[in-house]
Design a protein around this ligand. Structure first.
Ligand code: MG
Length: 262
């Protein structure tokens, strides 16, 4: 069942969303060669708890981290690790969420560590644009398939792969609510979008084949062809006035890929 949120509840969700974005932005500022993904995780947890929130991911299904830190061919769900040290040219998806007053915010950006290759830079820029296109399709009267189609069309027209095995989702008091929000689909198909729906749109786009596998830790999702991937995510509310990004704070851009820059 899809749980619609009132205008007042959406305002409450903005608090959790803002803290999620603040954590993401500040962790991104720490991305640089020599930093471990565990250090990034520690900073995210400190920021979230310092502001009275609770890490949404920690303990979720047994996940041990506050962030998912997924480097290069890892797409999503990388476990933070003191032995995973970032190097110049790496690209890292950081996904994090905070719970405030029982409401969840969920967001992810992919950051450059140092200088990326031109092809990885373009992959990230197009994946960010896929998220933007998905958000713009999230208006009342459209359907879930319109969001997926917008993402898929932009990604595949650039020659990229769109993951099929992992999708976006509804967000509320639980991190994963109905409906599923795939990054592929047909216009006019699927659940009709209504004011009060809150969803996480999260394109997961690969430079090569979209085929993925889960690692031996039971979490990390990597491309089978070991080509890099990008991942951007916002939690948004569907309203009569259009899509509202809930994972927003009053500092910095709505989305960034420049590690160490914010
Ligand atoms: Mg998510």
């Amino acid at each position: 069942m899809i749980k619609l949120k009132s205008a007042e509840q959406i305002e409450q969700m903005k608090v959790a969303g803002a803290l999620s974005k603040t954590a993401l932005r500040r962790v991104g500022a720490m991305v640089r060669p020599g930093v471990s993904t565990f250090e990034l995780d520690q900073l995210a947890e400190q920021i979230i708890r310092m502001h009275g929130g609770t890490p949404a991911f920690k303990g979720y299904g047994g996940f041990p981290g506050t962030v998912c830190a997924s480097v290069n061919e890892a797409v999503v769900h990388g476990i933070p690790n003191p032995d995973v040290i970032l190097r110049d040219g790496d690209v890292i998806s950081i996904d994090t969420g905070a719970i405030v007053d029982g409401w969840v915010g969920d967001n992810a950006w992919t950051f450059f560590c140092g200088t990326p290759s031109p092809e990885v830079r373009t992959l990230c820029e197009i994946t960010r644009d896929c998220l933007k296109a998905g958000i713009e399709a999230a208006v009342p009267g459209n359907r879930i398939g319109d969001i997926g189609h917008a993402v898929q069309q932009l990604a595949e027209s650039n020659g990229y792969g769109v993951l099929r095995d992992y999708v976006g989702h509804g967000v509320g008091r639980a991190m994963h609510e109905e409906p599923n929000v795939p990054n592929y689909g047909k216009p006019g198909r699927g659940v009709r979008l209504e004011p009060g729906m809150v969803i996480a749109i999260e394109p997961m786009i690969t430079l090569g084949s979209p085929r993925v596998e889960v690692g031996s830790d039971g979490w990390i999702v990597t491309t089978r062809d070991h080509q890099p991937a990008a991942h951007y995510e916002n939690t948004i509310a569907i309203t009569l006035d259009g899509p509202v990004i809930l994972t927003a704070d009053d500092q910095g851009p709505w989305c960034s890929m420049e590690g160490g820059a914010l």
